[in-house]
Design a protein around this ligand. Sequence first.
Ligand SMILES: NC(=O)c1ccc[n+]([C@@H]2O[C@H](COP(=O)([O-])OP(=O)(O)OC[C@H]3O[C@@H](n4cnc5c(N)ncnc54)[C@H](O)[C@@H]3O)[C@@H](O)[C@H]2O)c1
Length: 266
Amino acid sequence: MNYNLLKGKKGIIFGALDENSIAWHVAKKCVDEGAQIVLTNAPVAFRMGKIEEMAASLNSVAIPADATSMEDLEQLFKKSMEIFGGKVDFILHSIGMSLNIRKNKEYHDLNHDWMLKTFDISAVSFHKVMQTADKLDAINDWGSIIALSYIAAQRTFPYYGEMAESKALLESFARSFGAHLGKTKKVRVNTISQSPTITTAGSGVKGFDMFYKYTQNMAPLGNADADACADYCVLLFSDLSRMVTMQNLYHDGGFSSMGMDPTLMD
Ligand SMILES: NC(=O)c1ccc[n+]([C@@H]2O[C@H](COP(=O)([O-])OP(=O)(O)OC[C@H]3O[C@@H](n4cnc5c(N)ncnc54)[C@H](O)[C@@H]3O)[C@@H](O)[C@H]2O)c1
């Protein structure tokens, strides 16, 4: 069911790689709710994936930008404003990649150069996106910015490597930049802490299937899927959530508030 919650709004969506990507679900739902969007991803992802095809199916365009490059981000915002004929109303940061996880390095044996690269891609890029948008004055008053996080920022989970610290940093950027953008432009910044979700990045974590089943059983409502995450993003991009900012919002079927579940003890 559509409610036209984003009628007339314009947004940039980072991180749709394929039809499993959380960002892809969000992009489709934003368009269904009346928004005009631009999809963006790293240039290398354009060669691997089918991003242009995906954008065309939404009557949208795809613009390559490495989210760690200030030059790419500046071009992205300038081109997007040209396409929209004005500023943007919302931004989704749905970017994550760990070099140590990719190369099967365990937490007690991390390569620290790779760790810094992971921080740059998965967290510092969020600051870079907001700084670029702020400098170009690219966001409308009462706009909304979201990044996707994971509960490993607060609690320790196995096999998540330095992504745990990346997510802690990401959530901190949301609070600190949220304070600035709130004061200056009434723009809100939040992170959504999402359930394990079957995607390219998610499935890259060792033991993901086990993880997924565990949280599915522990969360009273079960895991939140990508489609439900897209609904939550639409709510946070809409005017209905205009006074919510600088929050890390759990979207996990209740998992984060559970201690123990008797069925799992068996
Ligand atoms: N899947 C899960 O279980 C889960 C759970 C909680 C949070 N998240 C978070 O959700 C977000 C989206 O992940 P996903 O699960 O949809 O997987 P995904 O692999 O579909 O998305 C990750 C995206 O990051 C992009 N990316 C990587 N490096 C980039 C760069 N330098 N510049 C621009 N883009 C770059 C990739 O191309 C890809 O599109 C990530 O932040 C992830 O940590 C995922």
